[in-house]
Design a protein around this ligand. Structure first.
Ligand SMILES: C[S@@+](CC[C@H](N)C(=O)[O-])C[C@H]1O[C@@H](n2cnc3c(N)ncnc32)[C@H](O)[C@@H]1O
Length: 205
């Protein structure tokens, strides 16, 4: 069977960015949540699976320091073109987010995940993912998620996925308190509605 890494590399090598089913140019829904975080412009932000998201360019307009991870080296190669002269603010990681993160990635301010967690379908992988969240984000930090909701699609990018509501996320985030959540329907480049759960949590212990 094709490895997950090859699967994602193949997608990023073969598909123009604007044709990806999660491509967006309007980041206002995400930024509405990020703007709830005081001083996020100076934060250390970990991005679980950055893909080729144009959000990088928006975040790099500030002095935030970004830890950009993805399983796919092909995605990261493309993402590099979006960093331009802000390379000094970026740390690159290329690993499965369901594996432990390097021990020097610690005490960060914000965990950011749009459309990555929902691809983890194995219980052990989900468990390790949330161990990573707890290992990396300091007390007082935040975790943001945008995942397919219970009303959402059951597959994406040729893969099965798990759907999330706010309560599912809360159960996994015992040391965090919910700041805000809402359902949001993203319309993909083919005009298809893709309902998401958006949620922001603050680490309190
Ligand atoms: C649907 S895309 C979303 C990309 C980006 N977050 C965005 O909003 O445009 C999912 C991304 O997660 C990455 N990914 C999938 N499974 C992963 C895993 N287990 N570990 C790290 N990255 C993963 C893929 O390579 C892809 O870049």
């Amino acid at each position: 069977m094709e490895s997950l890494t090859n699967h994602w590399n193949g997608i990023f090598q073969k598909t123009d960015e604007e044709k990806l089913g999660w491509y967006e140019t309007d980041f206002s829904q995400t930024l509405k949540f990020i703007d709830l975080i005081p001083d996020w412009q100076k934060a250390k932000i970990f991005v679980a699976g950055v893909g080729t998201s144009g959000l990088i360019e928006k975040l790099l307009k500030s002095t935030a320091e970004l830890y950009l991870n993805d399983l796919s080296s092909a995605a990261l190669e493309k993402a590099k073109s979006k960093v331009a002269d802000k390379e000094r603010l970026v740390h690159w990681l290329c690993q499965d987010i369901a594996q432990p993160l390097p021990s020097d990635v610690r005490e960060l301010d914000i965990w950011f995940d749009r459309a990555v967690l929902h691809f983890l379908t194995d219980d052990n992988c989900v468990e390790q993912y949330f161990k990573n969240v707890h290992a990396v984000i300091k007390v007082g930090g935040y975790a943001f998620f945008a995942e397919f909701s219970k009303a959402g699609a059951k597959r994406c990018a040729g893969l099965d996925l798990r759907q999330y509501d706010t309560a599912d996320l809360e159960k996994r985030l015992a040391s965090f308190e919910l700041v805000r959540s809402e359902e949001y329907t993203y319309i993909n480049p083919y005009g298809a509605p893709r309902p998401y759960t958006y949620a922001l949590f603050k680490r309190v212990k």
